[in-house]
Design a protein around this ligand. Structure first.
Ligand code: HEM
Ligand SMILES: *[C@@H]1O[C@H](CO)[C@@H](O)[C@H](O)[C@H]1NC(C)=O
Ligand SMILES: *[C@@H]1O[C@H](CO)[C@@H](O)[C@H](O)[C@H]1NC(C)=O
Ligand SMILES: *[C@@H]1O[C@H](CO)[C@@H](O)[C@H](O)[C@H]1NC(C)=O
Ligand SMILES: *[C@@H]1O[C@H](CO)[C@@H](O)[C@H](O)[C@H]1NC(C)=O
Ligand SMILES: *[C@@H]1O[C@H](CO)[C@@H](O)[C@H](O)[C@H]1NC(C)=O
Ligand SMILES: *[C@@H]1O[C@H](CO)[C@@H](O)[C@H](O)[C@H]1NC(C)=O
Length: 377
């Protein structure tokens, strides 16, 4: 008994004395910004639960369009502490149990769940997941959250909410971080779907309506957010997300994209994080060539350009971003950005990030893109 107490006190001493602000550091929180000593203090609290980087999971084998709002995956309301965030796709998967309902996930769980639930293609799912994970995940515990807006000891905890990492401005249903809450549903912004559908879609979210919605959202941020930032990875991310609703929020979708998308269906995902009744995932994977085609079509039709505001209504185009092979550039920017988040990692953390960056390049799946090794080969 006495020796147990002494052992407990001994285990607490290093961080209680040196790093009280790191007590109860959640195992899913990113280690970015910590010194080597802080990383060591934090990892002592994990109790050995540090699986580190893991390989990509295999693709699912059955990619038919099938009922996914089924008895095995019932919607359940949030319990206290469950984490949701800015992604309607992931929020909905968590609320139906395709992802852990608490919102704390591994990359492999995300990659498998988005295939199972929506038939997002394995390659693009892996790429998207690692674009978020390398910046917002914990490289040692292999965990990330799909949101997280609480604070631990006065510090905001990270997750995919983290502004400027992957989350960004001109979202369809969430406010710009400069203007307000960047992860909760916002009805005022959502109204732009109805406006676009009424103007050009006969009340439905046809492809032209999705394009017009993107224009409305971009123009709103240009007009109201003096710090509006719309550069890769956010630039293509935002536009791919417009393509996502068109290609994956329609029940039983075929490759021809002929089924009309309703405002009601979209609201289910964006607002209440719930699959519509009888929802069937799309028929066949939504994968890279098709995603690029749809995304670049929206870029062209919406006249969207990468860049940033220097004061309201003063949008400066980023010419380098505009003129570069696009998904290669997203990868390159995100790798470089991640390097800035970890200027002085412990050897163990460095090895883990290096491995996850190799996995990220594999997830990109484009041998024509130059590979970068800021943490060594
Ligand atoms: C594969 C892993 C995924 C990750 C890591 C991810 C991450 C994110 C993040 C960080 C955002 C916030 C961007 C922003 O608006 O600032 C976001 C938005 C969004 N995501 Fe996901 N997502 C994933 C998969 C999906 C899937 C499978 C779908 C649809 C089936 C989806 C649909 C959306 C949509 C529509 C938005 C835009 C929300 C808005 O603009 O209001 N995502 N996602
Ligand atoms: C955090 O997010 C949840 C769910 O999105 C929301 O209900 C809650 O009000 C948010 N809390 C804060 C402090 O913003
Ligand atoms: C929703 O967004 C609008 C426009 O930015 C903002 O004025 C409003 O306060 C937001 N509403 C909530 C509940 O955050
Ligand atoms: C957005 O702004 C651009 C540039 O001013 C303009 O050409 C376009 O018509 C605007 N779109 C909408 C929907 O307001
Ligand atoms: C899904 O679409 C296919 C044709 O593409 C059709 O045969 C099938 O009946 C549809 N299923 C449902 C549930 O609507
Ligand atoms: C790309 O999209 C256009 C329409 O936007 C379509 O005509 C073309 O066939 C598509 N190409 C591929 C490879 O999907
Ligand atoms: C990324 O970093 C590499 C080398 O560290 C550099 O050559 C490249 O220009 C950077 N790219 C971007 C987009 O910052």
């Amino acid at each position: 008994m006495k020796s147990q107490i002494i052992a407990t006190i001994a285990a607490l001493v290093p961080y209680v004395l040196g790093f009280p602000h790191l007590a109860d550091f959640p195992e899913y929180r990113s280690l970015a910004g910590l010194s080597q000593e802080e990383v060591r203090a934090v990892t002592r609290q994990y109790g050995g639960n540090m699986p580190g980087p893991q390989p990509l999971p295999p693709p699912i084998t059955d990619t038919s369009g099938k009922l996914v709002n089924d008895a095995a995956h019932p919607f359940k309301p949030l319990r206290p502490g469950d984490i949701r965030g800015p992604c309607p796709g992931l929020n909905t998967l968590a609320s139906h149990g395709y992802l852990p309902r608490n919102g704390v996930v591994t990359p492999a769980q995300i990659i498998t769940a988005v295939q199972e639930g929506y038939n997002l293609g394995h390659q693009f799912a892996s790429f998207l997941c690692y674009t978020a994970f390398i910046a917002d995940g914990n490289h040692l515990t292999n965990l990330m959250t799909i949101g997280q807006n609480t604070t631990t000891h006065g510090q905001p905890t990270t997750g995919i909410n983290t502004h400027g990492h992957f989350e960004g401005d001109a979202s369809m249903s969430r406010d710009d971080a400069f203007l307000g809450n960047n992860f909760n549903f916002n009805e005022t912004l959502f109204d732009a779907f109805q406006e676009a559908a009424d103007a050009v879609g006969g009340g439905l979210l046809t492809f032209p309506a999705v394009v017009l919605n993107r224009q409305i959202r971009n123009n709103d941020s240009i007009a109201r957010n003096p710090q509006f930032t719309f550069e890769s990875p956010r630039f293509l991310g935002a536009i791919a997300e417009s393509a996502f609703i068109f290609a994956m929020f329609v029940s039983n979708q075929t490759v021809d994209n002929q089924t009309p998308l309703t405002i009601d269906a979209v609201r289910h995902f964006f607002d209440i994080h719930r699959l519509p009744d009888g929802f069937h995932r799309r028929q066949g994977p939504f994968e890279f060539p098709l995603i690029e085609n749809l995304t670049f079509s929206i870029v062209d039709l919406a006249g969207a350009k990468p860049g940033r505001n220097n004061g309201v209504n003063n949008f400066i185009v980023d010419e380098q971003d505009l003129g570069t092979v696009r998904f290669c550039y997203v990868y390159q920017k995100q790798v470089n950005f991640t390097a800035t988040l970890y200027p002085d990692p412990t050897p163990e953390l460095r090895a883990a990030i290096k491995q996850n960056l190799l996995t990220y390049y594999q997830a990109l799946g484009k041998p024509e893109c130059e590979q970068f090794f800021p943490f060594g080969r």
